[in-house]
Design a protein. Structure first.
Length: 411
């Protein structure tokens, strides 16, 4: 066992083969979850002009500092400013303008008295502005006013390079009228299933065969982490065919080739040999469970990750090794894993390898607890479907008593 690589050493060696990809420009509606390829500065102030933050009356605060219920101030209404209208107007002493939220504040005005502080009630739309207004509430300079540049100043950094673009980020870019954003190109990942027992989903299942589920599973993981999956379907356990498909993946411009199965010690496990023949195998086998027979190397000049065939092993090793490679190619520093300390509500056993056990973790009375989702065989995909977390049992630990603390990786 001691000759096996640790998970962290395997990750370190593997990630050394990846660098961020070039950038491309995408329309905002295609950029969600993509990663900003450059720092983005504000091209103008936000707000671009000082405006009202409430419906009411724009005033000169000096006219109404002393206004109150018992001492209302009457102002002449000289203009009506809906949102979207730009008026060349200077408000003189003793005057007011009816103004709506978002409308530009006229020169001379420095505050807005909300309609609730006046004798006017806008009962529904379509009411004309009154000739005058009684102000019942005092106003200070700046009240209910959104100052030009109070949110963002022109030139400010608004989104840093390496940021995964969220809906609010895209909304922010749209505020500046940007239609395109530079993002790191999506990594193209060739996904290949190997095994004589596998059938594509559109065929009738023959005795002794199973459907190829890894293709669906792994392609979905690729897409989930912002990659583009190039699907190469099912390949039989034949060296020549495996080689031909790997060559097609290289010719197809894959940034990374991910295969599943055929990397163990079975009599028909040819994948490693094919990779060694046309490139090099950097490591094979990692001190973990599930997923020990993991292979990493370079096929021709393309990084290659050979995942084990059992669906849970394929899933876990993808999360551990393929995902960080995708994030690095996308230009994201650090991994975005969510780790939670939990109390085990049952005893847990391990075999001394670094283990990733399917579990349900949840908060109960202010405390995070976790229990396993049953049988941990690496072919039992249903216990992964029922889980929301992977419990991480460090290498060298063989048992954890009920009540002990552990780390849960929330999926
Ligand atoms: P292997 O690594 O080739 O020994 O495969 C390990 C186990 O995973 C076997 O039971 C295979 O049938 C199963 N397996 C391999 N590839 C797939 C796949 N694409 N979909 C579902 N199960 C698979
Ligand atoms: Mg096989």
């Amino acid at each position: 066992m001691s000759e096996l690589l640790s998970v962290s050493e395997a990750t370190r060696q593997l990630l050394a083969h990846f660098t961020p990809l070039q950038s491309i420009c995408l329309p905002l509606d295609q950029a969600r979850n993509q990663v900003s390829a450059e720092d983005i500065q504000a091209s103008f102030d936000l707000p671009q002009f000082t405006n009202a933050s409430m419906d009411g009356f724009a005033v000169r605060s000096t006219d109404v500092v002393a206004a109150g219920e018992q001492s209302p101030v009457r102002l002449e209404v000289v203009a009506d400013i809906p949102a979207g209208r730009w008026l060349q107007l200077r408000l003189e002493a003793g005057k007011a303008a009816r103004i709506m939220t978002g409308a530009p504040l006229p020169d001379g005005a420095d505050a807005v008295v909300p309609v609730e502080g006046t004798d006017v009630r806008f009962r529904g739309p379509g009411q004309p502005a009154p000739p005058s207004v009684l102000i019942f509430a005092p106003a200070q300079a700046g009240d209910n006013v959104r100052r030009k540049a109070s949110d963002v100043k022109a030139g400010n950094l608004i989104l840093a390079k390496g940021r995964r673009l969220q809906p609010q980020d895209l909304g922010m870019l749209a505020m500046f009228g940007m239609r395109l954003v530079a993002v790191t190109r999506r990594p193209r990942v060739a996904v290949i299933s190997t095994g004589d027992e596998l059938q594509p989903l559109d065929s009738a299942l023959q005795p002794g065969k199973i459907y190829d589920s890894n293709n669906t599973l792994l392609s979905a993981q690729v897409e989930k982490y912002g990659g583009e999956s190039l699907c190469f379907g099912v390949v039989p356990d034949e060296a020549a065919t495996i080689e031909a498909v790997l060559d097609r993946a290289v010719a197809g411009g894959a940034d990374l080739i991910v295969s599943s199965a055929g990397v163990s010690v079975g009599a028909f496990d040819y994948v490693r040999h094919v990779v060694e023949r046309n490139g090099h195998l950097q490591f094979w086998r990692v001190n973990m469970r599930p997923g020990k027979p993991l292979a990493f190397g370079v096929y021709r000049s393309v990084p290659f990750i050979g995942l084990p065939g059992n669906p849970v092993s394929a899933f876990v090793t993808f999360e551990l090794f393929v995902r960080p490679a995708l994030l690095k190619m996308k230009g994201i520093e650090g991994d975005e894993r969510r780790i939670q300390s939990v109390t085990l509500v049952e005893a847990v056993e391990s075999d001394g390898r670094e283990s990733y056990l399917r579990a349900v973790a949840r908060e109960e009375d202010g405390q995070w607890i976790a229990r396993l989702t049953g049988h941990q065989g690496s072919g039992n995909l249903f216990s992964l479907v029922q889980a929301n977390a992977l419990l991480i049992i460090p290498a060298g630990v063989r048992a954890l008593a009920k009540g002990s603390q552990a780390q849960a990786w929330i999926l």
